[in-house]
Structures are given as C-alpha cells and as structure tokens.
Design a protein around this ligand. Structure first.
Ligand code: HEC
Ligand code: HEC
Length: 318
C-alpha cells in the first residue's frame, strides 16, 4: 500500500475544492476585475501572498525559498517560462494571469484562483512587472504566436512524431521513453545556475498545460531561462539530415533506428525542402510539428482519479 501523498492529505483536510470543477469558478472571477490595474494595491497583495517565496525585492529569495526546487522566479531577471509569446520575449498580462490563477503544476507555485480575487490578481501583475525594467522599456506587449487548430491525432501521426522526436534529439534530454532521463539530462542548470530536470513527459500534466495546443506552444517557443529552447525553426530538416547513430544506439533498439532511417529516406532532401514554395513548406513543417505534438501527447499518462490521488507528482531533485 502506497502512502497517501500531500494531495490526498489536503483533500482530507477539507481543501477538496480543486477536485470539483474549478474552471467555472476561476473564469467567473476572472471576468470581474472592476478597476484598472493598480501597482500600489498590488504591492499589498504581493507582500501578503507572494513575498514569502519571491522575496520582498522580487529576486526570488524569500524566507521560504531555500528548500524549494524549482526555486521561485526571480522577477528582476525578466525571464519567464510560460508565455504565449516567442523565445526571449516577455509574457503578456494574460500569460501572467494564467500562471497566478492556475499555479504551476508539480511545483510549490500555488494556484490563487480561490485565495485572491480577479482584482487582486490583476493588481499584483502590475506590481511584479515593476521588478524588471524590461517591461517599462517595452513599447507594446510582445506578439502572441499563432497556434493553428490541432489536426486530429492518428496512429500515423504518432508514429511520424516519434521519428521527429528522434531526429530533433528530444530524447537526449527527455529520454527515449520521455521519462526525463536522457543521457544529457544530468547536470542541467537554468539561467540562475540552479539545477533543472527535463520534464517527465509521461506525467499526467505538464507545468504549463498538457493539451496539444500547449505542447505546440512549448515546442515552438521554448521556456525562457531553461535548457528547453525553441524549436520553431527546426522542422525544415531534410531526409539527408545526419543523425547521431551512436547516441541513438544507446537509447533505441535496432528496429526503431531502422524505422527512423526509412522515415528519413521517405522525406525530401534539405535542398528540395528549402526549394519548396511557401505553402508547401508550411504544410511540411506544420505536419511534422503536429506529429511531434501528438507523439508527446501520446506519452502522457491518462490517470484515473484513484491513481491521481496516489501518484506523487511533485518533482524532487537530489
Ligand atoms: C510557496 C511559494 C510560492 C508562493 C507563495 C508564490 N510563488 Fe510564484 N513561484 C513559485 C515557484 C517555486 C515558481 C517556479 C516554478 C517553475 O519554475 O517551474 C514560481 C513561479 C512564478 C511565476 C513565473 C511564471 C513563469 O512564466 O516563469 C510567476 C509569474 C509567479 N510565480 C507569480 C507569483 C505571484 C504573483 C505570487 C503571489 C500572488 C506567487 N507567485 C506566490 C513559488 C511561489
Ligand atoms: C537540452 C535539453 C532539452 C532538449 C534537447 C529538449 N528539452 Fe524539453 N525540456 C527540457 C527541460 C530542462 C525542461 C523543463 C523546464 C522546466 O521545468 O522549467 C523541458 C520541458 C519540456 C516540456 C514541458 C513543459 C512544461 O510546461 O512542463 C515539454 C513538452 C518538452 N520539454 C518537450 C520537448 C520536445 C518535444 C523536445 C524536442 C523537440 C525537447 N523538449 C527537447 C530540456 C530539453
């Protein structure tokens, strides 16, 4: 018998609300921030609800921060992981609202959907933006990347996606089964020099969403300040791309590598791919991108409620 974890304990303590559908409540609150954002009011909210972790001065060094892994964000650095904007860009207010409302799954960053009103969350966003001069220097919010509608997943898509996963070396960090244990997964550091682990892609949820659109966004734009970079430009590879046979052989079976070789042989060479007209190029790269999204999505555990209660999902890094 496994030991009940913190999720079960908090439910037993009466905090069962997150088990019920919270979406309706959260969005109802969101719809109603009656006043324009105020950084002055936001400061009060921050001191009460955020400073213990993120620090009085926003540098991520609150009194409670020491034992946490990952560490609370240092707001003075202006590096945000969860964005609808491109690599290196600042998040939009809507991105920040999403993080603060939902929290960050599997970390100590809590959801404030029920503990702060929409007005308080709006105000605290105005305040945390003051910690980094980058927001003031911005003339207008960064452009939101366009995510087309996801095509339906098929076994063919998933099979192609596995080959794309291998071709783009995702397995070197995330591991051949996506468990986050690839050969390059050890010793990784984030921009602040703290240890960071590749996400275990077989978990039931990722930090910033687990649906195909979210996976597309993560792959396209990357996570600022982490080794997870943006792959937006990586999908125009040719069938003649060199693959690292040794690295693959350490992670995949002979037949998986044969399948990959057959896949690449079926693809146009880099020269041919580059010579395609814009429409055909987009079609090719989008198909590969969605194939990868559907493959990653297929790795996720689809947990039933009982399994969910007994799975320890909080990452612990030694
Ligand atoms: C118990 C500790 C804790 C408290 C309290 C807390 N946070 Fe966090 N927060 C974290 C941790 C840990 C992370 C880093 C998560 C990660 O990197 O995966 C984080 C990350 C964030 C991020 C970064 C998202 C990104 O895109 O990189 C924002 C924004 C944020 N917190 C806002 C807030 C606000 C606003 C409050 C108060 C209303 C707050 N946090 C309270 C621990 C906390
Ligand atoms: C150099 C190592 C590295 C490579 C290569 C890499 N990743 Fe990641 N990836 C990471 C790390 C580290 C994280 C965790 C970041 C965090 O938790 O803040 C991550 C996180 C993710 C996430 C989860 C994001 C979330 O919200 O929790 C997905 C999905 C993902 N990567 C997919 C991919 C795919 C697909 C590829 C190949 C195109 C890839 N990664 C290549 C290191 C890598």
């Amino acid at each position: 018998m496994q030991k009940p974890n913190s999720k079960l304990v908090s439910i037993l303590l009466g905090a069962a609300i997150p088990l019920l559908s919270t979406a309706g409540i959260a969005s109802a609150m969101e719809a109603s921030a009656p006043f324009a954002a105020s950084a002055i009011r936001g400061q009060t909210v921050y001191q009460k609800a955020c400073a213990a972790c993120h620090g009085e001065t926003g540098n991520g060094n609150g009194q409670g921060a020491k034992p946490l892994n990952p560490k609370p964000r240092d707001f003075t650095a202006g590096l945000y992981k969860f964005r609808s904007t491109g690599l290196g860009e600042l998040p939009t207010d809507a991105d920040l609202m999403k993080t603060i409302t939902n929290g960050v799954y599997g970390t100590q960053m809590p959801s404030f959907a029920h503990t702060l009103t929409a007005q308080e969350r709006t105000d605290v966003i105005a305040y945390i933006k003051k910690f980094s001069p980058d927001f003031d220097a911005q003339e207008e919010p960064a452009a939101v990347i366009e995510i087309p509608e996801a095509p339906a997943s098929t076994p063919e898509f998933v099979a192609e996606g596995k080959n794309v996963f291998m071709t783009l070396d995702c397995y070197t960090c995330h591991g051949p089964q996506g468990k986050g244990n690839g050969n390059a997964s050890k010793g990784l550091k984030d921009a602040a020099g703290n240890p960071i682990k590749p996400q275990n892609l077989t978990r039931t949820q990722y930090k910033s969403g687990s649906d195909p659109q979210s996976i597309y966004r993560i792959i396209h734009s990357g996570l600022n300040g982490t080794p997870m970079s943006a792959f937006a430009g990586a999908f125009l590879f040719g069938g003649d791309k060199e693959i690292s046979a040794d690295a693959l052989a350490g992670s995949y079976s002979k037949s998986e590598i044969e399948t990959l070789k057959a896949y690449l042989a079926s693809q146009p060479s880099l020269e041919k791919a580059q010579a395609l007209d814009d429409e055909a190029k987009t079609e090719l790269t989008q198909r590969r991108k969605w194939a990868l999204v559907h493959y990653v999505h297929s790795l996720q555990k689809k947990a039933g409620i009982v399994q969910w209660l007994f799975t320890e999902d909080t990452e612990v890094t030694k």
